[in-house]
Design a protein around this ligand. Structure first.
Ligand SMILES: [Zn+2]
Length: 461
């Protein structure tokens, strides 16, 4: 059952709390208040909340806590929750070839379990909005996209479900096995149906659909072109993997006579309505093209490290004005599945470019909040703590033994261990309390995921 929005006239007051609003001026309050009215933010500011407020159903003393916007995840593959810890020492192409045959045997029941595992890990690490790039649609697998949407609804996570696809199998020079790909016309029909059935573009929507052919080496040029036309006709966003590895760059040069960014440009895939995962192997011209067109980037530092893909030039992208958000990526290449820990990983990995100022703690927090909101096209609704925006908020406990000696609350969150999550609000609902999901029984999810992983591993290839 879907989590319902709270009554529109109900108030929740949080006081005595450190606040990082991540608004345009990076406004912070050492000891301030946030008032939630229904599913939106009614007020935020210094000192205590206004005294005249009525219908206050809950008051939280935020002493020893930091409140931030809920984190926004811009790249993931939820189904991979049940194929973690495999192909442990491979680069991307070998890792994909090892896993495709297993992934081609998923079905709606397994995807439901895996999606709840993925969504639970995101929520428990402070994430309030997530996108899930689903591109594996086995012929007899049932409604796998519908299963992921239903699974997420039960947990109360704000969601962008991506109708992904692959149509370039091995026989067409692609990487996936031929039995794991779909026909182009079937993909376009199913993608349009997904938008018509599910996409809700209203303010405060809990569900967006975007169209997301998988990658240059697993989809045809025609599919990229026609997906872009379809998405623009329907008014939804476009997503894919881009410039992830040196091997992908070589593949594009051999097959298309140009690098990935030039290839995407040639098929109409640069623009404000497009975001791409990884963007590790980008030259100055590629970054300039992303900046000029407003094309977004989902930066996935842990996955890039796990697969030894390289380090994305995030500081250069930010300087150029490219919209950048953070992504967990699928949990077959980032087994933790937590978005909160990516703040610290982004901070540390980008400093390996050679400068301790390459990315600050506050920039890392911005990537994980407003950056992600912009990449998903929702900067007017989420990503910062501002009056009128949706009440998607993370309340972190920073006075425990792991953090109490760090005076700067934002440093406690971004440089220190991921703090315990006291409360996570999505759409005004407390969906996590003291680190535990409130909407469903976590142990039930754990058991279902263990069963699903075993069942998938036992299916004949
Ligand atoms: Zn990915």
């Amino acid at each position: 059952m879907a989590v319902q929005p709270p009554p529109a006239d109900q108030r929740i007051v949080i006081e005595n709390v450190a606040i990082a609003t991540v608004d345009a001026d990076d406004t912070e309050y050492a000891r301030g208040h946030v008032v939630i009215l229904g599913n939106t933010i009614e007020s935020v500011g210094d000192g205590p909340a206004p005294q005249w407020l009525d219908n206050v159903v809950r008051r939280i003393n935020g002493e020893g806590h930091l409140i931030t916007p809920g984190l926004v995840n811009t790249h993931h593959h939820f189904y991979q929750w049940i194929t973690r810890g495999l192909a442990q020492n491979d680069i991307l192409f070998d890792w994909l070839v090892a896993l495709y045959p297993t992934w081609a045997r998923i079905d709606e029941k397994l995807v439901h379990a895996a999606s709840q595992g993925s969504a639970a890990a995101l929520l428990k690490s402070g994430c309030t909005t997530a996108s899930d790039h689903h591109y594996v649609f086995p012929k007899d697998g049932g409604d796998v996209l519908g299963a992921s949407i239903e699974a997420v609804r039960e947990l109360g996570l704000r969601f962008t479900a991506l109708r992904g696809s692959m149509d370039r199998g091995k026989k067409d020079g692609g990487l996936p096995p031929d039995h794991a790909v779909e026909e182009l016309d079937d993909i376009l029909t199913a993608s349009e149906a997904a938008v018509d059935t599910y996409h809700d573009s209203s303010f405060g929507s809990m569900l967006h659909i975007a169209i997301a052919p998988c990658s240059p080496f697993s989809v045809s040029t025609d599919l990229l072109r026609q997906s872009a036309e379809l998405a623009r006709r329907k008014g939804v966003r476009l997503h894919t993997h881009g410039s992830e590895t040196a091997e992908e760059e070589q593949f594009c040069k051999e097959l298309f006579g140009m690098g990935p960014t030039d290839y995407f440009e040639s098929v109409g895939w640069l623009g404000e309505d497009v975001w791409m995962a990884h963007c590790v192997h980008m030259n100055d011209s590629d970054i300039a093209k992303f900046a000029e067109t407003g094309t977004g980037v989902a930066h996935c530092p842990s996955s890039n490290a796990r697969l030894a893909a390289g380090i994305a030039r995030v500081p250069d992208m930010l300087r150029a004005g490219v919209p950048v958000g953070l992504g967990v990526d699928g949990t077959a290449s980032n087994e933790s599945g937590e978005l909160g820990t990516e703040l610290r990983n982004a901070l540390l990995i980008n400093r390996l470019h050679g400068s301790p100022a390459a990315l600050t703690g506050r920039q890392a927090l911005r990537l994980g909040t407003m950056g992600g909101a912009r990449v998903l096209g929702r900067q007017g609704e989420i990503g910062s703590i501002e009056v009128g925006k949706l009440a998607d908020l993370a309340l972190w406990k920073i006075d425990g033994v792991l953090h109490s000696s760090i005076a700067d609350p934002v440093a406690a969150l971004t440089f220190g261990a991921l703090p315990p999550l006291a409360v996570l609000f999505v759409n005004g609902n407390a969906v996590v309390e003291k680190g535990q999901l409130t909407t469903v029984d976590e142990d039930r999810i754990a058991r279902a995921c263990a069963r699903a992983a075993k069942e998938l591993a036992a299916r004949p290839l």
